[in-house]
Design a protein around this ligand. Structure first.
Ligand SMILES: [Zn+2]
Length: 477
């Protein structure tokens, strides 16, 4: 498998630190407001990457931090007259619920800065002792001149970094590029005791301290949005490698592209964002996956209402194709992962899965992977229209259905027929059962019961469709 590593600006063969295991740290939320589509894209990308690694058989350990101490949180809490940590808790809980609603796998750990002060202080103290950091008026700064490789991740020289507009201006620093590990707090701000006086940690040091605690030095994947490359991730590398003395801190740096709206980055500060709650009123999680995965995760994504509509239509095309196949599926082949089919459509299914796997193994190229699946849907629709029903046709349909289902599951789609939300597999199974009971009732000429089942399901917006070879259900559009 090839992955693009920002550290070397090239695609590299993926070799994890430990055979069969992958450790992955993703920079998480600074919870001071609702999640928006920009966050959704980032987190859906790492959800996809994790699912694919798990499909390959890796045991993935996924850690995603919560920056619950930050200027933005403190300022917002002041405006609202609430406690900053309470505010952070409220929005981080909401963010987790949003990610659940979007069907993302939960990280194994969500470490919060506020409860990792011992680890953070230990790291800063060690950097001071190693003279990689200096103390000024109750604050502590990392001394970039002590780390000759500074700039290696973002591939910039000193002048470029200084003119990037991303450097925090602070007269106490020896060099503009030096960055705060510990900030002395004003009296009305959250504060923790430290050897340098009361204060709070800088942003960058938390990710180093917490990733090293949960994943140890030299872990496999560090993810986050591309705008975190500099200075956040650059600083993480510098302080972590200065601290451990044994590079690399991270083997593969993976950065996801930004979401734009009308040429501008989607951001809270620009007011051009759409929250998860808003978007879920317009589209299902599957349609959102379709929208984002149609672009490579590292590329910029231009959001527009028409792109969302295109994605919804594409997902519907996929679902209809699968519905057609499923109608043709013999019930006995349904639970069997390898039906004996060896005709035209079964070959196409094999092709599609091969192309899908090749694309995913080439730096998670979801647009090409999805294109292979849509080609299979077209082939399947054509095949079903042109051939007469028969047991061998059913076996071919089963092969195509299974190929699609298996692949879509890797991308986290909820593929159960007619399903609009995740976590409804049980519902689908129960509906299948009801359809079976109704069919049995009809065979036994208990038409009253059969009609009652249909009527009750209709009230629940489930439509039953009788075909010569059986009955299927779908949700009303
Ligand atoms: Zn981070």
């Amino acid at each position: 498998m090839l992955v693009y590593n920002t550290l070397h600006r090239t695609k590299e063969e993926f070799v994890p630190r430990e055979i069969g295991k992958v450790s992955m740290y993703v920079c998480g939320v600074t919870p001071y407001d609702a999640l928006h589509l920009g966050h959704v894209r980032t987190f859906l990308s790492y959800d996809m990457i994790r699912r694919y690694l798990e499909r390959l058989g890796y045991e993935v350990r996924h850690v995603q931090n919560v920056t619950d101490i930050d200027d933005k949180i403190i300022n917002r809490a002041k405006q609202l007259g609430v406690d900053p940590l309470d505010l952070a808790r409220k929005y981080s809980d909401e963010a987790l619920q949003d990610c659940d609603a979007l069907g993302m796998r939960r990280a194994h750990e969500y470490p919060r800065v506020s409860v990792h002060m011992p680890e953070i202080l230990e790291m800063i103290q060690s950097l001071v002792q190693k003279r990689a950091a200096y103390v000024r008026d109750g604050s502590v700064y990392f001394d970039v001149s002590r780390f000759p490789d500074y700039g290696q991740l973002s591939h910039q020289n000193t002048a470029e970094m200084q003119s990037s507009g991303r450097i925090e201006v602070d007269g106490s620093k020896d060099d503009p590029l030096d960055f705060a590990l510990w900030k002395s707090s004003k009296p009305d701000e959250p504060r923790w005791d430290s050897p340098w006086g009361p204060g709070r940690p800088g942003w960058h040091v938390e990710c180093s301290a917490m990733s090293l605690k949960y994943l140890q030095n030299g872990f496999d994947i560090h993810g986050g949005a591309v705008e975190l490359q500099f200075p956040h991730h650059e600083n993480e590398v510098a302080q972590s490698e200065a601290y451990t003395g044994s590079p690399p801190f991270v083997r593969y740096w993976l950065h996801g592209g930004v979401v734009f709206v009308d040429g501008k980055k989607m951001a809270k500060s620009l007011g051009n964002f759409i929250t998860v709650q808003e978007i879920l009123k317009q589209a299902t999680p599957d349609a959102l996956r379709m929208m984002f995965y149609s672009t490579h995760y590292r590329s910029p994504f231009d959001y527009s209402a028409s792109r969302l509509e295109e994605a919804k239509a594409a997902w519907e095309r996929m679902q209809l194709g699968m519905l057609n196949l499923r109608r043709d599926l013999g019930r006995e082949t349904r639970s069997d992962g390898s039906p004996a089919a060896s005709g035209y459509l079964a070959d196409r299914a094999e092709d599609a899965e091969r192309k899908f796997g090749r694309a995913m193994g080439d730096d998670f190229n979801t647009p090409i992977a999805l294109a292979a699946l849509f080609d299979l849907v077209s082939e399947a629709n054509k095949y079903l229209a042109e051939t007469a029903p028969s047991p061998s046709r059913s076996a071919e349909a089963a092969a195509a259905f299974i190929a699609l289902e298996r692949s879509l599951l890797v991308l986290g789609f909820a593929v159960v027929e007619g399903e609009g939300k995740h976590g409804e597999d049980q519902t689908a199974l129960l509906l299948d059962l009801l359809v079976e009971i109704r069919e049995k009732a009809r065979e036994d000429k208990q038409f009253q019961l059969a009609d009652a089942i249909r009527a009750r399901l209709h009230e629940m917006e489930i439509v039953l469709e009788d075909h010569p070879d059986g009955t299927t259900w779908r949700r009303k559009n």
